[in-house]
Write a protein of this length. Structure first.
Length: 247
């Protein structure tokens, strides 16, 4: 279970390539932009009367382009890679403020509905403290970001070594080893699959990249467990068939 969660995180939000993926661009980014537009019209009701939802969405895409999110994600991941040596994450708002100011100046109409001076109160940088994350936790996150290949091998070892030990311990009865391996695999994969159905609706889109991998890895473990039980049944069939031949 732990291995599945680690791989899911390493393949999604802690992987720089994820932010270049079509899923991030066509699903998550579009969903976030829509939600920002909804929040804007709720906080500034006058905007809803002056601008359609499509116009607001287009404006947000100009102010907060996907390239800016990708740059910010890369910056955060680079800082997390060196997290044990830095107590804080620093996220720059400079490009965002520049884009907003530029949009205000080229689209005069919006000035009547939003206050340009509010930009002066938007911080140039936002600091997120990492002090509450234990040093070991920061090192694990750093490993997950910087060396996915090695991490994948570790997770596979976490899976195969215990299963191999079960077979060795029950070497006098391979059927017992199949049963115990099947149980171990089902207990490891089943909860991962179940977790994907327990995500609250408001976090569904945000956690979808993680739950997709959890379902994938959990499903593989469940299939491996079923195959182990199949091998158990096959060994029983073979023994009975062989015994009938002898008699």
């Amino acid at each position: 279970m732990l291995g599945g969660v680690i791989l899911a995180l390493s393949n999604s939000y802690l992987n720089a390539n994820f932010y270049q993926d079509d899923f991030f661009e066509s699903v998550l980014y579009e969903d976030w932009v829509d939600k920002i537009a909804v929040n804007l019209t709720e906080e500034q009701p006058r905007l809803a009367g002056a601008f359609s939802n499509e116009q607001l969405v287009e404006a947000i895409k100009v102010v907060l382009p996907i390239s800016l999110l990708q740059e910010t994600a890369n910056s955060v991941l680079n800082q997390l890679r060196d997290a044990p040596f830095s107590p804080n994450l620093i996220i720059s708002n400079e490009a965002l403020k520049k884009n907003i100011r530029s949009y205000f100046l080229t689209h005069k109409k919006i000035i009547f509905y939003l206050d340009l001076t509010s930009l002066d109160y938007l911080a140039t940088e936002v600091e997120i403290s990492l002090s509450e994350i234990p040093y070991v936790g920061q090192k694990i996150i750093s490993l997950m970001i910087s060396n996915f290949g090695f991490l994948f091998k570790v997770v596979i070892a976490m899976l195969l070594v215990p299963l191999g030990l079960i077979v060795v311990l029950y070497r006098k009865s391979f059927r017992a080893g199949f049963i115990r391996n099947g149980i171990a695999l089902l207990l490891g994969g089943g909860p991962l699959v179940m977790l994907t159905y327990l995500v609250p609706g408001q976090f569904y889109d945000l956690l979808l990249p993680i739950t997709t991998y959890l379902f994938k890895y959990g499903g593989l473990l469940v299939l491996a467990g079923v195959f182990s039980f199949f091998c158990y049944g096959l060994s029983l069939w073979w023994e009975r068939r062989y015994s009938l031949k002898i008699s």
